[in-house]
Design a protein around this ligand. Structure first.
Ligand SMILES: Cc1cc2nc3c(=O)[nH]c(=O)nc-3n(C[C@H](O)[C@H](O)[C@H](O)COP(=O)(O)OP(=O)(O)OC[C@H]3O[C@@H](n4cnc5c(N)ncnc54)[C@H](O)[C@@H]3O)c2cc1C
Ligand code: FES
Length: 275
């Protein structure tokens, strides 16, 4: 059993959880994820680690309530325990001294992006950050990102805070010399940023989070096509070259179970019946 030592609502429907998990904390590097199960009937929920405290023996994840299982997790409180926490999974992000790194984060994935940004900063890079959300009320980790970024830009889809959308990035890419771009967030954000950096030839790493089941390369659920080759995001990634990813296929595969997911959520809301 893994205990929740901290649970904090960051904004409505996005919660931070710090779990007591000494062995996982000791091994986890930025970019890696865990898969958790709340109880014996629980679905497996992959979440990217947002920070570790090796001394305390804890890992922190930030979870957006988007469906049945993430809502169940959101209902847990500090002091509660979950059944399983498997990890660290996936390859760590490649952190090195590269020069200037532009890190773009959207929605809940700004939290795990911050783990990488801190590592790039500590490795001696100049880090430009861009954080985004649908609206100002959904922005997370702004103060934490400001601490470790040399420059930080804020953007929202509806323009309620900072730039409206990512169009301003076109100018930024012309004005600044950027050696590496890292993107974590919705697929559409990763696709847009990769298209914008392609003409500049800037290496662009995207963090793919397709539907996963085992997280260990055996079930095939997380299949993605990169550079015309089939890869499994859980073991070959989750980081890939954004200029090589087949984003259309990824988007289609992520919508495969939408009717079942909607149904499960409705049953959950109406009294916790299991499907
Ligand atoms: C490697 C990895 C790391 C992840 N890291 C985080 C994280 O740090 N924080 C976080 O909040 N979420 C993260 N996710 C997404 C999270 O695992 C899913 O949102 C969750 O499993 C959905 O479960 P559910 O039962 O609540 O919703 P479901 O009923 O399964 O789905 C509800 C909605 O969410 C969408 N959805 C389902 N799975 C994903 C997915 N993998 N990515 C995006 N949308 C999805 C569905 O299309 C549907 O519209 C990660 C996923 C992967 C594979
Ligand atoms: S989740 Fe099963 S192969 Fe990746």
């Amino acid at each position: 059993m893994y205990k929740i030592v901290t649970r904090r609502e960051l904004v409505p429907h996005i919660n931070l959880f710090e779990f007591s998990a000494k062995e996982i904390a000791a091994k986890t590097k930025p970019g890696q994820f865990v898969i958790l199960r709340i109880d014996e009937d629980g679905e497996r929920i992959p979440l990217t680690v947002a920070s570790v405290d090796v001394g305390k023996g804890t890992i922190t994840v930030v979870c957006h309530e988007v469906g049945k299982s993430t809502k169940q997790l959101g209902n847990l409180k500090q002091g509660d325990c979950i059944l399983d926490l498997l990890g660290p999974l996936g390859k760590p992000a490649e952190i090195g001294k590269l020069g200037t790194v532009l890190c773009v984060g959207g929605g809940v994935m700004v939290a795990p992006l911050h783990f990488q940004v801190r590592a790039f900063h500590e490795a001696g890079n100049k880090v430009i950050g861009i954080i985004g959300a649908k609206s100002e009320s959904q922005l997370i980790f702004e103060d934490e990102m400001r601490e470790v970024c040399d420059d930080l830009y804020v953007a929202t889809d509806d323009g309620t805070r900072g730039y409206k959308g990512l169009d301003f990035l076109k100018e930024l890419l012309k004005e600044r010399k950027i050696d590496r771009v890292v993107v974590m967030g919705p697929v559409v954000t990763m696709k847009t940023v990769s298209e914008l950096t392609r003409p500049h030839g800037i290496p662009t790493i995207v963090n793919l989070i397709p539907i996963m089941v085992d997280g260990m390369g055996m079930c095939g659920a997380c299949r993605v096509t990169v550079g015309g080759k089939t890869m499994f995001a859980c073991v070959d990634g989750p980081d890939f070259d954004g200029h090589q990813v087949d984003f259309e296929e990824l988007m289609a595969r992520m919508k495969m179970f939408t009717p079942q997911e909607k149904l499960a959520f409705v049953f959950q809301e109406e009294g916790g019946r299991r499907l």
